[in-house]
Design a binder for this molecule. Structure first.
Ligand SMILES: [Zn+2]
Length: 341
């Protein structure tokens, strides 16, 4: 790979398009933001398979091929990414995601990973990039779905789902706009720990209103200071939490999916709805905690959160993941509309 460096990512206002095209053509992406907007031209329809070939043309230049897509922008603030540092996210994405258990489609994964992007603040305690993948929905009233997998680093099968959904989104014309952050806790994944490299449970570190009052007390009393559930010494102290918040603030999802193991339920924090039919896992509410994503997003912001608690073993085939992705698409696009929050 040719090495390219970008000295002044902010100072490119006039030349962003040229610069971005150069960066994207080179296979490197430096801190760009896509503002997904529903496209107005296609009627709402079920998520159907389409010609996979349509996407393969765009493999190395995802953002410049489609005139109707919003223009990506270089970050204009908070440039904490070390200057002169260019990271090839595509390679990191391919390598990391290919190591999750289960079958995967090498070409599709390569194609999806070539489109990953990175926010400057999205790197782990140990400096590993926390990249994300975007797919714009085709429905005129498409909703935005944000998926986090591997918030807990020892819940490895969660990464297989994130990977599969990225691959599948390369093969379909989704109604809704999807963003997948396939590995939110890369240091935990590497060390196979639930917590991040600072030994903090990222899913107890979200700045819920009750965090200062309750998070540490809850941890001490209710979990008996279980080190796996340590919420940190203050809320939002961890770079992984800050990255997640960046996505929540910028993408403004209508629905959040958080992929975990091994409790074998679909834990829904959201309005009362008739549970969708899904035989693979039951639909239940397990509750929420000070500093958890569910409390932060649903109980404080009224954005529903589906916590997928998978089995330890992967299913024999990808059918449950297909079905679940479609269920989520339907829920967000149809079922949840007009349901009182
Ligand atoms: Zn978990």
């Amino acid at each position: 790979m040719t090495k390219k460096t970008l000295n002044h990512p902010i100072a490119c206002a006039k030349f962003c398009n040229v610069l971005l095209a150069t960066i994207l053509n080179s296979g490197f992406v430096v801190a760009q933001v896509t503002e997904p907007k529903p496209e107005a031209k296609v009627e709402a329809k079920p998520e159907t398979k389409t010609e996979a070939k349509a996407e393969t043309k765009t493999e190395s230049k995802p953002e410049v091929k489609n005139e109707s897509k919003p223009e990506p922008k270089i970050m204009d603030a908070g440039v904490s990414l070390k200057q002169n540092t260019v990271i090839n996210f595509a390679e990191i994405c391919e390598k990391t995601l290919s190591e999750f258990p289960g079958k995967y489609d090498k070409e599709k994964l390569k194609q999806a990973c070539a489109k990953t992007e990175l926010f400057p603040e999205c790197s782990s305690v140990n400096g590993v990039p926390i990249y994300h993948y975007n797919r714009i929905g085709t429905s005129k009233d498409s909703q935005k779905i944000l998926v986090f997998s591997v918030i807990h680093g020892d819940e490895v099968p969660a990464g297989s789902v994130g990977r599969y959904w990225m691959e599948r989104l390369e093969s379909i014309d989704p109604r809704n706009t999807w963003r997948v952050v396939p590995v939110l806790n890369p240091d935990g994944l590497k060390a196979r720990t639930r917590t991040n490299a600072n030994k903090v449970d990222v899913n107890r570190n979200f700045p819920t209103k009750d965090w200062d009052e309750k998070a540490l007390n809850y941890w001490k009393k209710d979990t008996k200071s279980n080190p796996r559930r340590f919420p940190g010494n203050k809320s939002n102290s961890e770079p992984e939490t800050q990255c997640a918040l960046r996505h929540l603030d910028e993408f403004k999802p209508d629905f959040v999916v958080s992929v975990h193991t091994p409790l074998k339920v679909l834990d829904f924090d959201g309005p009362k709805i008739k549970p969708p039919k899904f035989d693979y896992l039951p639909w239940k509410s397990l509750g929420h905690y000070p500093g958890s994503l569910g409390r932060y997003m649903w109980f404080e912001r009224k954005i529903p959160v589906l916590t997928m608690e998978l089995k330890e073993d992967l299913p024999n085939n990808t059918q449950p993941w297909i079905q679940l992705q479609d269920i989520i698409g339907l829920l967000v696009g149809i079922e949840l509309k007009g349901v009182p929050k």
